[in-house]
Design a protein around this ligand. Structure first.
Ligand code: UD1
Length: 416
């Protein structure tokens, strides 16, 4: 199993290009299933989750050509309407094939995702929504089996905000008969990016980015070109890493308008940031101040940035409270941070972090994607060597992370 070895203590300085967003690329790749014509994508990140999604789509019969960050997909001949357990268990986002398959082919067989490290993460809202649109759904042998002649438009109000739930039903509704209204929909920028791609394919969608999305179904979608938006979580991760190490970095090909809450928290931590077009600059010359965070659906503070801010707080001046309201088990990085000397108390969904002057390098283990990013940040500031085990989690969601960090001055290498 691969590991990362980091010699802590170097400031991050310089420029780094932000990759395309994982959480936008995954649903957009699935959108290719909605049409027999070709979908041309640019700025698709080179990540393990993206490779897994490509493999899944290829197994179904989608023809895929990759050229650097460009991916062309054609779902003209689909012969298998199934997402098997092996795929869904490695990447929950595989559930995103369900809506498009049922909408275009009237049938799908998708494995139930099961639990994952950060909580039980059910898909009941995806299923309930498709049922409201007229799909007959049976759960058999761990698989969701959905069937219908043609989906019908419906009025669906989500019990709670679900990102992939919103995306699945929005894709399904594009080919349904009539109008679908999604209420209490996710407002995440990745939902908006997917909507832009679907609209380019001929879908009629209004309100993406608000909590009410209206989709008027059409008979057919056609081919289109789309550029995947920049990854706001990768952006946030590099900014926090620079803030924690006391650096001076510039993100290029980034978007500040979708990072408001994160930039505000970085400002509270006493960084200086400024934005010029697609670049975000951050300068930090002192010890960070502790900052409280509370995760919530967009536009509030993202759960995918919680762990990174926890790392920042471990070496900050003062104490901070981090409240996780989205996932029930997303504090697994706490145990590992404690191994580096961090002082953290956890009570339910709240962690209280008392900033200490320094962390000490140790061997630690990554438990999920964003927890891995948190441990990398902690390793960058810790004294001496930190070895992070199970970094395959990191490769699921961060493109060429050690190359990007090395270019910024980090002393980091992969142990094979
Ligand atoms: C997406 C993101 C993930 C991010 C999360 C929250 C992708 C590929 N992943 O995950 O990086 O951390 O949003 O911003 O975009 N829930 C139910 N029933 C459902 C669906 C969800 O109870 O049918 C619950 C979940 O258990 C969780 C909450 O709703 O507690 C939010 O989950 P959701 O927004 O669906 O997360 P994902 O879409 O899986």
């Amino acid at each position: 199993m691969q590991k990362l070895a980091i010699q802590g203590g170097n400031c991050l300085n310089g420029e780094v290009r932000i990759s395309g967003a994982k959480n936008a690329a995954l649903p957009i790749l699935c959108a290719s299933l909605l049409s027999g014509d070709s979908l041309q994508l640019a700025n698709v990140p080179d990540l393990n989750d993206v490779a897994t999604m490509r493999k899944l789509l290829q197994q179904m019969g989608v023809a895929i050509a990759v050229n650097g960050d460009q991916v062309a997909l054609s779902a003209a001949h689909i012969d298998k309407l199934e997402a098997p357990y092996d795929m869904v268990k490695t990447m929950r986002a595989a559930i995103l094939v369900l809506g498009p398959l049922v909408a275009r082919f009237g049938e799908a067989r998708v494995s139930l995702p099961g639990g994952c490290a950060i909580g039980s993460r059910p898909v009941n809202l995806h299923i309930k929504g498709l049922q409201a649109m007229g799909a007959e759904i049976h759960i058999e042998h761990g698989y969701i089996h959905a069937q219908t002649k043609r989906l019908k438009g419906a009025h669906i109000c989500f019990d709670l905000v679900s990102v992939t739930g919103t995306e699945n039903l929005m894709m399904a509704a594009t080919l349904a008969d009539g109008v679908t209204v999604l209420e209490n929909a996710a407002r995440e920028p990745e939902v908006v990016d997917l909507a832009h791609c679907l609209i380019a394919m001929g879908a009629k969608i209004e309100g993406a980015g608000s909590d009410t999305i209206t989709i008027t179904g059409v008979e057919k979608l056609h081919g289109a070109s789309h550029r995947v938006m920049p990854d706001r979580i990768e952006s946030g991760t590099f900014l926090v890493a620079a803030a924690a190490t006391g650096g001076n970095i510039t993100l290029t090909d980034a978007r500040a308008d979708i990072l408001d809450n994160v930039l505000e928290k970085l400002h509270e931590a006493s960084t200086t940031t400024w934005v010029e077009g697609g670049t975000i600059n951050l300068q930090m010359s002192k010890r960070p101040k502790a900052v409280n965070v509370r995760t919530s659906p967009y536009p509030a503070f993202p759960t995918d940035m919680q762990a990174q801010f926890m790392a920042l707080n471990t070496i900050a001046e003062g104490s901070a409270m981090v409240v996780e309201t989205i996932f029930e088990n997303r504090f697994m990085h706490v145990q590992e941070l404690r191994r580096l000397g961090a002082q953290i108390d956890v009570e339910g969904n709240t962690a209280v972090i008392k900033g200490c002057a320094q962390l000490d390098g140790a061997t630690i283990m990554a438990t999920d994607l964003r927890a891995s990013a948190c441990l990398v940040i902690a390793g960058l500031v810790a004294q001496g060597e930190t070895v992070i085990d199970r970094i395959y989690h990191l490769d699921r969601g961060y493109e060429h992370i050690e190359a990007k960090l090395s270019a910024l001055g980090a002393n980091i290498r992969r142990l094979k």
